[in-house]
Structure formats: structure tokens, C-alpha cells
Write a protein that binds this ligand. Structure first.
Ligand SMILES: C[S@@+](CC[C@H](N)C(=O)[O-])C[C@H]1O[C@@H](n2cnc3c(N)ncnc32)[C@H](O)[C@@H]1O
Length: 403
């Protein structure tokens, strides 16, 4: 029997791995099975996929992988499935070259993404579709943000090194590091004391793009769990920040992060699309709008997105994004800047959304982001997943004209 921590990491490896390669494993399972399992036996199907994952991607000896997987059918109270799972896994093992060639011939299986998502990537990024999908199948790096109020990143690199952890600086951001090997946050020196946070490099671009100055009044309109609020405050602790989120439980996550880092912000529960319910009537110098999105830029971190996200979600998300953007725009002071952010790579949520807003609002003008990272879009700039070790993020900077 493995110790608890090893069992937990094996369970995590299996669940993340099956989700990461779901469309490949599911395709193979379908080729092998004469008919699908009943709805109530989807647990057996998931178990079968975990067996295929072990045989395809893990270093576990094949006989142990098959044996252990078959044993689970009994623990699940479905001993009838033992024979089936055993037969399918052994059949796979005997014919791996046949299945590999089937995978190569089928793009959905080969790139392990649903058809609709590959089609959307190809429509939006014709030259990058395959690259995006492959980056989504990689394991993400563990990226850190060193608390600028506490120390410089090269000093924290020394602290890490003394703890036996190696890291390299992230490009484009002053406080970012990439750990060479991911570790539980509890093992990061000074984490509880607020010396460091876990945050992707792209998310750390926010502070610079928002062109913040000390003392400004800022709205972070979709703030939880507070990564970007905290990053702004680490640069300028005297900012007057309102961190708004529709989800009260998630506001608690912001509070925890602020406490750990010794920072302060005004936390407000409310719907950004309905300012009447929470706005105090004073305009903001800066608005950060990190809207809810398809999260198609962070699939490598959340592999379940490729399975759970459906084409119909995109239309409802773009509707919500447009509603929030239109509702908070009047709250921005003339001369103020709004930074629109998503962790999506879909143009309907990004450049098209901003283009529509600029068309509708005569007082909105784009501030073109001139940088060495990402790809210039008609409006805004897109980082594709994996580029410069960053997640897929989109940024557009809008200024309100002084009329
Ligand atoms: C992408 S996350 C924000 C991440 C955050 N900015 C950070 O850096 O940690 C989007 C957030 O928007 C919130 N949200 C969704 N719809 C909202 C709305 N109508 N008004 C306010 N917040 C909303 C969600 O609860 C979620 O916490």
C-alpha cells in the first residue's frame, strides 16, 4: 500500500492525465468496444480510461497497471466489470502499434481536443492551431511572483536555492520566476509569511499594462481569487482598490490572500454588470476587467476544460462579457484606463469584443500595446499558451477620451 501522499499524487496524476488525454483515450476505447457502457456504468468507463492512460503514458509496469485497475472494479462493487476491463486493457497492450496508427490518422485523437475547439482554434489562429493544442497538452510550469514589498526576485532565488529548489527568472515581468520543478505551496520558503505567491507570468503583466500610479482609485471588477489585486498592491501599497466579485465565497479567497501578504483592499460582493447594486458613485482612475471566459488559454492548467466546455458556452460567455464591459465603462473617469483581460484564445471573447465596444462608445480609444511578447490583434494583444513560459492571455487597453 502506498503512503497517503503518494496515493494522492498518483490519484492526481491519473485524473489530470486522463482529462489531458481524454479525446485520445476515449477514441481508443471506442475503437475497442462493440457498444458503449450503460450510463450508470460511466465509472467503469473512467476506470478503463485510467488503465489506458497508465499503459500509454506512465512508467508503471504494464502487468501491475492492468492488475491494479482490474482490482478497482471489485472495490467499486462492480466485480462483473473485472473481466471486461482486463480483456480490453490486455487487448490494447497487445496491439499498441495498431492503436497508435489510428491515433495518428485522427486529428481529434492525435491532438486530444474536441472537434469544435480545434475548428475554432484553426478559424481564429490558422497558423497556430496545432501549436495551441500541443501546448495545451503540456504540463504547465509552476510560476511564482515574488512580493516586491519584501525582496527582489534574485534574493528570493537564493532563498529557494538554499531550500534545494531551483528557479529561473520569467521574461517580461520584474518579479516572476519559474520553478524548475513544481512543489506543493507549503514547501515554498516564506509562502505563509507572504514573501511569494503562485501566479502565471502572463497574469503578472497586468500591473504594467494598467499604468497605475500610487494613490489611484482602482476597480478590479472580477477580482477573485485576487491574484491581480494583490500584484497591484505589492507594487503600490497605497492604491485605493475596490475588489469586486459576484461570488461571495470567492471573495473569501481574496481576503485570505490579502491577509497572507499583509495588504489591504475594499472587498465588495456584487455583479459588475449591475453597478447600481454596489457602486458608491465615485469614478475610477483605472478599471481592471478580468472577465469570466472560456479559459481556453489555460487548458494546460485545467485539463477538464477541454471536456466540460461546450460550443454553446462561448455565446453565453461573450454575452456576459459584453454586458460587464458596457456596464463598467461609465464608471471610468475621463482620461482613465480600462484593461480588458481574458485567459481565452478565442477571438469572439477578445479582439471582437473590444472592437464592438470601441464601435459603440465614441469616448473609447485603444491604447496600442507595443511589446515584444504575444501577437498583435486588430484590437489588443494575444499570448498563446506556452509562449515565453506563459499561459494564453489576451489584453486590451482602452482609454476614455476627455470630451
Ligand atoms: C478570471 S476570474 C478573475 C481572476 C482574478 N482577476 C485574479 O487575477 O485572481 C473571473 C472572476 O469573475 C467573477 N465574475 C463572474 N461574473 C461576474 C460578474 N458579473 N460580476 C463580478 N464578478 C464576476 C468570477 O466569480 C471569477 O472570480
Amino acid at each position: 500500500m502506498l503512503p497517503d501522499s503518494a496515493q494522492r499524487s498518483l490519484a492526481q496524476e491519473l485524473s489530470f492525465g486522463v482529462l489531458r488525454w481524454y479525446f485520445r483515450l476515449d477514441g481508443i476505447a471506442r475503437l475497442m468496444m462493440q457498444r458503449p457502457l450503460r450510463r450508470r456504468d460511466q465509472d467503469v468507463y473512467s476506470l478503463l480510461l485510467s488503465g489506458l492512460y497508465q499503459l500509454s503514458f506512465m512508467d508503471i509496469p504494464p502487468h501491475a497497471a492492468v492488475h491494479e485497475t482490474v482490482q478497482v472494479t471489485k472495490e467499486m462493487g462492480k466485480p462483473w466489470a473485472a473481466k471486461l476491463v482486463n480483456a480490453l486493457l490486455r487487448s490494447f497492450q497487445r496491439q499498441i502499434p495498431r492503436f497508435e496508427s489510428a491515433v495518428e490518422k485522427d486529428e481529434v485523437m492525435r491532438l486530444a481536443h474536441p472537434r469544435w475547439l480545434l475548428d475554432t482554434f484553426r478559424r481564429d489562429w490558422p497558423d497556430f492551431c496545432e501549436r495551441i493544442a500541443r501546448a495545451n497538452n503540456e504540463r504547465p510550469p509552476m510560476s511564482l511572483r515574488v512580493n516586491a514589498l519584501r525582496m527582489e526576485r534574485h534574493d528570493y532565488m537564493k532563498v529557494l536555492s538554499a531550500a534545494g529548489l531551483q528557479a529561473v527568472p520569467l521574461p517580461h515581468v520584474p518579479c516572476g520566476l519559474r520553478l524548475e520543478k513544481a512543489v506543493p505551496v507549503a514547501l515554498l520558503p516564506g509562502f505563509q509569511a507572504g514573501d511569494v505567491s503562485v501566479q502565471d507570468g502572463a497574469a503578472q503583466l497586468t500591473g504594467k499594462l494598467l499604468q497605475v500610479r500610487e494613490g489611484m482609485r482602482i476597480l478590479d471588477a472580477c477580482a477573485a481569487p485576487g491574484g491581480k489585486t494583490c500584484q497591484l498592491l505589492e507594487q503600490f501599497p497605497a492604491l485605493d482598490i475596490t475588489a469586486l466579485d459576484i461570488d461571495e465565497n470567492r471573495l473569501e479567497r481574496i481576503a485570505e490572500n490579502l491577509r497572507r501578504l499583509g495588504l489591504q483592499a475594499r472587498l465588495v460582493a456584487g455583479d459588475a454588470a449591475k453597478p447600481d447594486g454596489w457602486w458608491d458613485g465615485r469614478l475610477y482612475d483605472r478599471i481592471l476587467l478580468d472577465v469570466p471566459c472560456s479559459a481556453t488559454g489555460v487548458i494546460r492548467r485545467h485539463p477538464d476544460i477541454r471536456v466540460l466546455r461546450l460550443p454553446g458556452d462561448i455565446e453565453s460567455l461573450t454575452g456576459r462579457q459584453a454586458g460587464i464591459l458596457a456596464a463598467v465603462w461609465p464608471l471610468l473617469a475621463p482620461g482613465g484606463i480600462l484593461l480588458y483581460v481574458t485567459c481565452s484564445v478565442l477571438k469572439s471573447e477578445n479582439t471582437q469584443q473590444v472592437s464592438h465596444h470601441v464601435d459603440c462608445k465614441p469616448d473609447a480609444e485603444e491604447l496600442v500595446i507595443d511589446s515584444s511578447w504575444g501577437h498583435a490583434c486588430t484590437f489588443g494583444r494575444q499570448i498563446l499558451p506556452g509562449e515565453d513560459d506563459m499561459d494564453g492571455f489576451y489584453f486590451a487597453c482602452l482609454k476614455k477620451r476627455k470630451c
